[in-house]
Ligand binder design. Structure first.
Ligand SMILES: [Zn+2]
Length: 458
């Protein structure tokens, strides 16, 4: 019989003091469940930032050798572990599979949650919402998917309880800014754990999130994202999608060409912007990869460039793949855009700044920033992008809203769930988050998790 202290354990392999990189292992002596497999976002210097190019096929080895991936036992594909380099001596131990049944559960398809799925051992099942599975298929065809081996996901509808040894995992939908977002209720022999994934209460009235909170009410431990507690001062509660569309709509009323960077994985907002542009007499034009991705997911009125605008190779390949998959994207040529600039809204390609020179940019052209790349000043691609916009006289217009819960919404959630213990992760300031989410605001005990520590559920 196992000792009480080595029964259900929680270990954190990412998301500590950083936004993203979530990887949480729940284990008993009989089973293991890994929640998310996000790409690590270094809290210090990111050695792989632009203009560094990752080495195709050797990404996991390079991440492990630089300490930018954690040593997850029995999870990695042995074929991708380093054979030389500073950490190669660890590969033998990492290559050994764990005898316990092990499964991975993906909360939602954002790179800081799914970016390392291509590094996983082939025999491990990875469960995801059916919409996430569809989205991953579209990512793969568009050349936008995770690196590593092709990802195979097990479609697992919300509400379906999956048994892994003596652990039961139930995915429950939450509101976020990508299709198929889920949190999880994990039942173990020692008690119940709730994991939020990423969530908010301001999209679609927060109905899914509220139902999730109700379903996991009273869990022994709650692992929650704390993205919007990362900043000092704390940000205001995020604006609603209607308010985002009002900002965009105002800008589309003008007589000039308008530019935008929206995040294509926010499929709902992408459709809303396309529809809004059409109502204002404009056609929204996407780069080939994004057009292919959105078209495969059934988004209406997706338009991309014809051959008159030279796009990067990746876009050309994606469009060819779309045609091979039986979807013929609608195209627009540069001449039409030069003839009638005010009839168009153009999604920018942050990896191809000189392509801005193709466009009829004039005084009054704005760049609507709506969660697309470059994401913000923390990205090395941000400043060059800003320099180009300034050079061309393009005004930057904030036109987005976070997919994460605002500070008040987070506190409300914890109150509603009333967990025994809260583990704040996925934020820059976990100590502040713990302070804000614990007593006296709520009745929960808080633990700021650290790497390399196994936390007993009891
Ligand atoms: Zn997310």
């Amino acid at each position: 019989m196992a000792d009480r202290t080595d029964r259900t354990m929680i270990e954190f392999y990412g998301g500590l003091g950083v936004i993203g990189g979530s990887k949480i292992m729940i284990s008993t002596p009989n089973a293991r469940v890994l929640l998310d497999m996000g790409l690590d976002i270094p809290d210090g210097l990111d050695l792989f930032r632009e203009p560094v190019r990752r080495r195709c096929g050797g990404e996991l080895a390079d991440y492990l050798n630089t300490g930018q991936a954690p040593e997850l036992p029995g999870i990695y594909d042995p074929a991708q572990l380093p054979v030389q380099g500073p950490r190669a001596d660890r590969s033998e131990a990492l290559a050994v599979g764990d005898p316990r049944p092990t499964a991975i559960f993906l909360s939602h398809p954002h790179i800081d949650h799914d970016g390392m799925l291509g590094f996983v051992r082939a025999e491990l099942s990875c469960h995801a919402h059916p919409e996430t599975v569809e989205l991953h298929r579209a990512l793969a065809i568009s050349g936008l998917g995770p690196v590593g081996r092709p990802v195979t996901l097990q479609p697992t509808p919300p509400g379906t309880a999956i048994t892994v040894g003596d652990i039961v995992v139930e995915p429950i939908e939450v509101d976020h800014d990508v299709p198929g977002a889920c949190g999880f209720l994990i039942s173990t022999p020692d008690g119940r754990i709730g994991y939020t994934g990423d969530f908010n209460l301001h999209r679609n009235g927060g109905r899914r999130t509220s139902a999730f909170a109700e379903r996991i009410r009273g869990v022994d431990a709650l692992i929650t994202e704390t993205t919007l507690l990362s900043f000092d001062p704390l940000p205001a509660e995020p604006i609603t999608e209607d308010e985002v569309l009002t900002v965009i709509g105002d800008r589309l009323a003008g007589p000039q060409l308008q530019l935008i960077s929206a995040y294509e994985r926010d499929v709902e907002r992408a459709q809303a912007i396309i529809d809004l542009a059409r109502q204002r007499g404009r056609t929204m034009i996407w780069p080939g990869q994004q057009a292919t991705f959105l078209g495969l997911l059934g988004v209406r009125d997706v338009v991309t460039w014809d051959d008159s605008r030279r796009q990067r190779k990746a876009h050309q390949i994606a469009v060819a793949n779309a045609i091979a998959a039986g979807t013929q994207p609608t195209t627009v040529g540069l001449a039409e855009v030069w003839d009638r600039p005010s009839d168009f809204l153009v999604q920018t390609d942050s990896a191809d700044l000189p392509s801005l020179l193709d466009l009829p940019i004039s005084v009054g052209t704005g760049w609507l920033h709506s969660q697309g790349e470059p994401l913000g000043p923390f990205m090395s691609t941000w400043q060059p992008f800003m320099d180009w916009l300034e050079h061309l006289g393009v005004e930057v217009v904030p036109a987005g809203s976070s997919g994460h819960a605002g500070p008040q919404a987070l506190i409300e959630m914890v109150k509603q769930i009333a967990p025994g213990t809260v583990y704040p992760i996925h934020g820059f300031r976990p100590e502040t988050a713990a302070h804000l989410l614990g007593a006296p605001q709520t009745e929960a005990r808080t633990i700021v998790p650290a790497a390399g520590i196994r936390y007993p559920l009891r």
